[in-house]
Design a protein around this ligand. Structure first.
Ligand code: ARG
Length: 597
């Protein structure tokens, strides 16, 4: 049984004995003892003073005395400070806990069974006309981390992606490619498919703007010019043909999307993310239309004289929302309704989490109401995991389009910087091959990027600073990775099994050792908290605190040079456990840790 649980049991029994009243579990409040007092676990005594009819510190004293008598092997001392009973837990208990942590590779994680709630997490969800950018990087990292966190909290998790693969945006790229592409392919151009298509999207835009300018100079007003420009009209015609299943248009569309997907896959792989099931808008938007018509039949929506279909959300304090245009075509919202329908057919979803930027807050507020009205049981409580913008400091890595930072460029730059920065360190590693050095640079560069983005509250806008992120000191991924690598190097030098014998349970631990073990135990609470609040940054901050405390410990105590073999075993076990928890914690964030660095 856990130390806290044993104390809770004992306190309940003691209060009943002393004051003759039953006590509910939640009345027994245990906290970590504040640093300025002796002890590790503190019982809040105030809830019991009404029953004891004594002053808080007299009550604390009374309970403390009995607790010590009842749990002599657990509690080695106590002190009462006003209504707080600070308990000193004996070393043997901490060593037992340490052993439990170190021998349980899944420490801190809840088991997942076939009965566990099914949580679907949608993230990434790109459009197929452009490569992924810095905003997608934040999205992908958050989505992946959140999926790991939810799984570690005992949920069945399905990671999903909705690719917006149809619409006017993709027709623009297609048209530009037909006009100016000369049959160029990823192979002939040497460009990644998503970049190739993105370049044609940019080309479309450039020519289109010229056409608009031309028309305006001929006296047309700008709004009209934007509608009348030959290029945009052609793109619309193409979209109509696409909807009509025109074989040529469909073939081109299929080809170009395939190039894009191959490009996306490379980026996803570099970011270390993946999906269990990918949905495509082209396969869901008609379902959405059907579902809206079904809702219309049930009187949930209404049709205007021009034939368009609307949802009236004014009773919810929102406005009226278009669901089908007068020509019967669907809008963004319609697609999301269709996607929801297919997803629920495929999986018995208990909870749905959408990882989408905060510029779509309103969209998801509306979607939640619509899905609820349409009878999706998870609609009302759907979670829009809404995150803020991320930018680079001015002047850093402006992409070819001049405004957005390309995901592939960013990944490459991070790995290159890590290689340069760690060159002296890594090259000193004995017998290291070029390939190993490159792999370490990849792990460190990606670790820097991921940690920097994930350590901040997702809701906040942020500035990603590459130099700061890759610093080997401070609250960074590489700092944590370095501590991990150092622990592994200690364990390699030891090169022996760590076994605690009888004597270990009789050694007295130093305060710092105890607090480090208690910190390790705190991993469990950090994982729970991250799951409850949908907040991966809890894990990042926990890892940083743990690593700082371990480094203090390593500075103050000898491990390999310790002469007392029992003490040495305990410290090695502490080191191994810290390494394991770092690896698991960083793993929840999608961050790898190197064995050497
Ligand atoms: N593709 C959309 C965009 O780039 C995001 C899709 C978000 N997910 C959703 N279910 N609506 O803005």
């Amino acid at each position: 049984m856990k130390i806290e649980d044993r104390i809770t049991e004992a306190v309940k029994a003691i209060v009943e004995e002393l004051y003759g009243q039953p006590v509910a579990d939640k009345m027994v409040q245990l906290q970590q003892t504040r640093a300025e007092f002796d002890g590790q676990i503190t019982l809040v005594v105030f809830p019991f003073t009404k029953m004891s009819r004594k002053a808080p510190d007299a009550t604390a004293q009374e309970i403390g005395e009995r607790l010590m008598a009842k749990l002599p092997e657990v509690i080695s001392g106590y002190n009462a400070v006003k209504g707080f009973l600070n308990l000193c837990i004996s070393s043997s208990q901490w060593i037992k806990l340490l052993q439990e942590i170190q021998t349980n590779p899944k420490f801190g994680f809840l088991p997942v069974t076939d009965e566990s709630p099914l949580v679907m997490i949608e993230y990434s969800s790109p459009n197929t006309n452009k490569p992924l950018h810095l905003g997608h990087v934040r999205n992908n990292l958050l989505g992946w981390a959140l999926a790991q966190v939810m799984a570690a909290n005992g949920n069945r998790v399905v990671k999903t992606n909705i690719v917006n693969d149809r619409g006017i945006h993709i027709c623009k790229s297609m048209l530009a490619w037909l006009k100016w592409g000369n049959g160029e392919t990823p192979e002939t151009s040497g460009k990644k498919g998503d970049h190739l298509i993105g370049d044609y999207y940019v080309a479309f835009d450039k020519h289109y703007r010229e056409e608009v300018k031309q028309l305006v100079s001929q006296g047309m007003d700008e709004e009209q010019a934007k509608q009348e420009a030959p290029l945009i009209k052609e793109a619309h015609e193409m979209l109509v043909k696409w909807e009509q299943n025109d074989p040529e248009v469909r073939a081109l569309w299929k080809q170009m999307n395939e190039w894009v997907y191959a490009g996306f896959d490379e980026t996803y792989q570099a970011l270390g993310v993946g999906f269990d099931k990918i949905y495509y808008e082209s396969e869901t938007y008609l379902e959405g239309r059907e579902k809206v018509e079904e809702g219309l039949g049930k009187g949930l929506f209404y049709r205007r004289p021009d034939g368009s279909v609307w949802a009236d959300l004014t009773d919810e304090g929102l406005d009226e929302k278009l669901l089908l245009r007068s020509d019967g075509t669907s809008v963004y919202m319609t697609q999301d309704i269709g996607t929801a329908k297919l997803r629920f057919q495929d999986y018995p979803i208990d909870k749905m989490i959408y990882v989408v930027g905060n510029e779509q807050n309103y969209h998801f507020q509306v979607l939640s109401i619509l899905l609820d009205r349409l009878g999706f049981k998870w609609g009302k409580d759907l979670v829009h995991f809404s995150y803020g913008m991320v930018e680079l400091p001015n002047g850093k890595m402006k992409s070819r389009e001049g405004t957005v930072v390309d995901a592939d460029d960013l990944v490459a730059a991070m790995i290159r910087d890590a290689k340069e920065l760690s060159a002296d360190k890594v090259n000193k590693l004995e017998g290291i091959t070029e390939q190993e050095a490159q792999e370490i640079a990849r792990i460190v560069g990606m670790g820097a990027l991921k940690y920097f983005i994930l350590k901040v509250d997702a809701r906040k806008n942020m500035l990603f600073n590459p130099e700061e992120s890759i610093d080997f000191n401070g609250n960074t991924g590489p700092f944590i990775q370095y501590t991990y690598a150092r622990i592994q190097s200690i364990l390699r030098k030891w090169n022996n099994e760590i076994i605690l014998d009888e004597k270990a349970f009789e050694t007295e631990l130093a305060d710092k050792e105890i607090s480090l073990i208690q910190k390790l135990q705190g991993f469990e609470a950090a994982v729970r908290q991250a799951g409850q609040d949908y907040n991966p940054s809890c894990i990042a901050n926990y890892c940083y605190e743990l690593v700082k405390e371990y480094n203090q410990f390593y500075h103050d105590f000898s491990v390999l040079k310790e002469e007392d073999k029992t003490k040495q075993q305990v410290r090695l076990m502490i080191s191994a456990a810290v390494g394991q928890v770092i690896k698991n914690g960083m793993g929840l964030l999608g961050i790898e840790v190197p064995e050497r660095m």
